[in-house]
Design a protein around this ligand. Structure first.
Ligand SMILES: [Zn+2]
Length: 201
């Protein structure tokens, strides 16, 4: 399994590619912009894009979903609570254009595969009501729920600080210390680092 990180758009949101090396099947997490660059990199890698995964519905994480989804004809997985905010054009949320049948719901404990690599889902509401994290082996893709030394903002539609902190404590910090945290912005971390020194926790 290979993970590639590309910072996209004006807010430098981290887009991640997870590729199963044997089959080249690839999941694209949070393609937030710069669709032409992303497609060029995916094609250079020989990626067989299988689906798009969204940690949440904000525009800086979803800006390239239409282009990537139509280029590879792949579904877009996002929790239904954030789908609703996107369809309602809520402030700071991205828009869903094109083929709506490609939008799929994803919930707690849902599992998807690229080749023999399993990706599981954990719901972590708070930054947005439909926020989720994805777990692949010992990596957690935390979107804007948990950052290196920080947590996501909660002043946007559907946000809740208490819910966010509760999600992090009950869903993420219970994971093994050695798990790598791959956030939606900024550098990576580990569960151990965040447990030990994140001032919000
Ligand atoms: Zn966000």
């Amino acid at each position: 399994m290979v993970i590639k990180t590309i910072a996209v758009g004006m807010f430098a949101a981290n887009c991640y590619f997870i590729m199963d090396e044997d089959t080249k099947e690839t999941a694209v997490i949070d393609p937030g912009g710069d669709s032409e660059d992303l497609i060029e990199i995916l094609d250079k890698m020989g990626a067989l894009v299988k689906f798009i995964l969204l940690t949440h519905g904000h525009a800086d994480h979803t800006g390239a979903i239409t282009e990537i989804s139509s280029k590879y004809n792949v579904p877009i997985y996002i929790n239904e609570k954030d789908q609703e905010l996107m369809f309602n054009n809520a402030y700071m949320f991205g828009s869903i254009k094109g083929d709506n049948t490609l939008i799929k719901n994803i919930c707690d404990d849902d599992k998807l595969c690229i080749g023999s690599t399993e990706i599981s889902t954990v719901e972590t509401p708070g930054h947005t009501p439909g926020g989720v994290c994805f777990i692949v082996e010992d990596n957690i893709f935390t979107g804007d729920t948990l950052f290196y030394g920080s947590v996501g903002r909660t002043d946007l539609p559907g946000g809740s600080y208490n819910t966010l902190i509760s999600s992090i404590k009950t869903k993420l910090l219970v994971m093994p210390d050695n798990y790598t945290v791959l956030p939606g912005h900024g550098p990576k971390s580990t569960i151990k680092i965040e447990k030990g020194s994140n001032p919000f926790l």
